[in-house]
Write a protein that binds this ligand. Structure first.
Ligand SMILES: [Mg+2]
Length: 302
């Protein structure tokens, strides 16, 4: 469906003709749910915002039961801790359905660099998780600096990190987001903001970014679902991470929220959407346009 087609669907008047075809629309609306084998669902802005569950989120997960994972650039919590928090909000999600950037960055290091010396700058929960994985956490002479959202980040830590990198350590960043929305409409600084300070000072780029829109988390999601990209649909709210990450790997996507590219404002609206998902990135989006070169590269090498 084109962008125009999507806008027309969202804004279609509730006239007699529309009502007359409501039965067929409902039949088609169920097809994106029934005809898709696996769903990769974003969390913040898609299912929850701050401390409340977005309209239709519970119903959506009920409809796609046993066929979804939740993929989030969250680098603060472990899956177990976040599942507990979500349950208190009214969203029942098993921990093994949550794939989180911070936790997965640690899993990635445990799998691929088990003997390495790691300087982990992240939340206490993520540092503890790294210790439980048996990784070697050090203050200096690290092989890798793993950078996540550390709410106690300060000048001293910046000084330590850039000198580790200057000495030759590699930089692994959990997620590239600069901020995420606060419940009151403000901004909460994210890992990408810390990364920007580090890379500006050290004059290097990260060796790996784990979170969306990069491939690492999406590939883990496909592995857990056991589905092929062509049978998998991404549901998110961010064209620059959810849509581009999906298209890079050959998956379709649907967006919720208030951007001009959204298929519905909430999961509740998405449940009655006739759209089967999009295979193209909304290149008109200024935020998405900045990723178009890397997307072209990935398409060429796919
Ligand atoms: Mg989101």
């Amino acid at each position: 469906m084109t962008e125009f087609g999507r806008a027309q669907n969202r804004n279609a008047p509730r006239n007699a003709a529309t009502r007359a075809t409501s039965a067929s629309v409902r039949a088609r609306a169920s097809s994106w749910i029934d005809d898709t084998q696996g769903f990769i669902v974003d969390l913040d802005g898609t299912l929850v915002r701050g401390n409340y569950v977005i309209a239709g989120a519970v119903e959506l997960l009920e409809r796609i039961k046993d066929r979804y994972v939740i993929l989030s650039n969250n680098s603060t919590d472990t899956a177990f801790g976040l599942a507990t928090t979500l349950r208190k909000l009214g969203l029942r999600v098993e921990a093994d359905r949550l794939i989180l950037a911070g936790e997965h960055a640690i899993r990635f290091m445990a799998e691929h660099h088990a003997q390495a010396r790691l300087k982990v700058i992240a939340s206490p929960a993520i540092r503890k998780f790294a210790e439980r994985q048996g990784l070697r956490l050090v203050d200096r002479d690290a092989d890798f600096v793993v950078l996540g959202r550390d709410r106690r980040f300060n000048y001293a830590k910046l000084n330590e990190i850039v000198n580790e990198l200057h000495r030759g350590a590699s930089l692994v960043v959990t997620n590239p987001d600069l901020s995420h929305p606060a419940e009151d409409g403000g901004l909460i600084p994210e890992t990408g903001a810390l990364m920007t300070a580090v890379t500006a000072c050290a004059g290097i780029q990260p060796d790996r970014v784990v979170g969306k829109p990069e491939d690492t988390l999406f590939l883990e999601a496909l592995k857990r679902l056991g589905t092929r990209p062509s049978d998998t649909l991404v549901i998110g709210d961010n064209p620059a991470t959810d849509a581009i990450g999906a298209v890079r790997l050959g998956m379709r996507y649907l967006l919720v929220g208030t951007t001009p590219y959204a298929d519905a404002t909430s999961p509740k609206g998405l449940l009655s959407s006739p759209c089967l998902g999009h295979a193209q990135v909304p290149f008109a989006s200024p935020v998405a346009r900045s990723w178009s070169d890397s997307l072209d590269d990935s398409v060429r090498t796919a």
